[in-house]
Ligand binder design. Structure first.
Ligand code: CTP
Length: 426
């Protein structure tokens, strides 16, 4: 396997390819973020039709949204461009989803009462409820957000079949600080992508290790490796999108936490081992992507090791670190859970080495890759090895591979659970 990026695939995973989104804007200062969201949806492969209320057009012009979406924006139910004069019917029938971002408190109240006195609310009411989902991104002042009427309305909106995407916390345009800001465009995009992802891991608790570990020699120096954590973070995101409750135990990396994922930051292999063992018994699936250091300095110095002018070099002694995957797999062998997935970063003879490692680590599934080629890259190629043989997932963005891998894991977990315990597998 090689790891040359394929220019045809581009950098961005086309997560929303083939999806047609009607993006509705109601009135609020957060409309400025909707321009960015529109762009992000298109970059993710969707086509976007923008519909704006009169109030939204006070905050951002339809011209901006037309230029970004590449389509004329609809603002009125009396729009003469529609031959049948029924924009609310035509637009909603074409949509894979209607996303209202921002959704103002007033617009939400309108939706709840089934009012339909402007194109956007009319279209929401007229949408085929079973086939066109409605996702809403609230945006309002913190007092408006906390008001019992608003909170009551959220519950009712969900009971009526809408998906409420949550809000951000922080500085608000009014100068106050609190809950109610519209989520950032990249967060909304992640939530929309997650919404469309089949929930093959619904109800599963997934525990993942990612990144390198750092083994201290003294307070300022240590031993680590070139793992970027990107593959593990991509798997955490894909597992959450597939409906799992995900905990990510991360070594020292500067990657953003995927939405909806619980992150536990650790530094050394010993810390990672502790964090994992405290959580493994509650997990249904354990995925060990971390490049855990095999050894650590036996006695790290309390103070910085200084040159003493004698030209003698420090003598380091090492002790072996706990094997986290082997420890979890050994518990799983008696309990039958979690289903364990190991990773192998090899430099040569991938099939032979990874197959041997699967048996040595006693895990049902081992995922091999060529370590030096993949560290820090956005693309990778994987080799899945289980008791039935091996399956190659060819070179692709790590995000795409993570999704494929999650599907493969989900189908194996389903078949293991349907025939009995995981302990029989390796
Ligand atoms: N692993 C772990 N704890 C360790 C070492 C490795 O959990 N102390 C996990 C890794 O996260 C990975 C798998 O074990 O899922 C394989 O790790 P690797 O370092 O490639 O294998 P080793 O057993 O260390 O074998 P070698 O270095 O000889 O290739």
């Amino acid at each position: 396997m090689t790891n040359q990026a394929n220019p045809e695939q581009g950098d961005a995973a086309q997560d929303l390819a083939g999806k047609h989104i009607v993006l509705g804007l109601s009135g609020g200062i957060a409309c400025y973020k909707s321009a960015e969201l529109c762009r992000a949806l298109i970059k993710a492969g969707a086509t976007v039709q923008v519909v704006m209320t009169e109030a939204a057009a006070q905050f951002i012009t339809p011209v901006t949204l037309q230029a970004l979406s590449g389509r004329p924006v609809y603002t009125s139910q009396w729009d003469a461009r529609e031959p049948n004069s029924m924009a609310h019917i035509n637009l909603s029938r074409e949509a894979d989803a209607i996303v209202i971002a921002p959704m103002s408190a007033d617009f939400m109240a309108k939706l709840l009462h089934g009012r339909a006195d402007d194109l956007l609310s009319l279209m929401c009411l007229a949408r085929p409820i079973a086939s066109v989902p409605l996702l809403v991104a609230p945006a309002m002042n913190r007092e408006m957000y906390a008001h019992p009427a608003t909170q009551r309305n959220f519950l009712q909106l969900e009971a009526d079949g809408a998906t409420v995407l949550g809000v951000g916390t922080g500085f608000q345009a009014c100068g106050e600080t609190g809950d109610g800001r519209m989520l950032e465009p990249d967060q909304l995009l992640e939530d929309i992508i997650a919404f469309f992802t089949p929930k093959v891991l619904a109800g599963q608790r997934v525990l993942i290790t990612a990144g390198p570990t750092y083994e201290a020699m003294d307070p300022v120096r240590g031993i680590t490796n070139r793992s970027s954590g990107k593959m593990g973070f991509a798997i955490a995101r894909a597992a959450r999108e597939a409906g799992a409750d995900v905990t990510l135990v991360a070594g020292p990396v500067a990657l953003p936490t995927p939405r909806g994922v619980t992150r536990v930051d650790v530094r050394s292999a010993v810390e990672m081992h502790e964090a994992v063992m405290a959580r493994a018994s509650q997990a249904g699936i354990f995925i060990a992507t971390a490049a855990v250091a095999d050894w650590r300095p036996a006695s790290p110095a309390d103070r910085k090791i200084k040159k003493d002018g004698s030209k003698s070099t420090p003598q380091l002694e090492f002790v072996e670190n706990p094997d986290i995957l082997a420890a979890v797999a050994s518990d799983a062998a008696t309990r039958g859970t979690p289903y364990c997935v190991g990773f192998a970063a090899e430099s040569h003879d991938l099939v032979e080495n990874a197959s041997a490692k699967r048996l040595r680590k006693k895990v049902p599934l081992l995922v091999g890759n060529v370590g030096p080629d993949t560290f820090g890259q956005d693309h990778n190629a994987l080799l899945l090895i289980d008791a039935n043989g091996h399956l190659e997932l060819p070179l692709a963005p790590k995000r795409v591979l993570a999704r494929r891998l999650v599907q493969e894991i989900a189908s194996r977990v389903r078949s293991v659970r349907s025939v009995g315990s995981a302990k029989a597998l390796p």
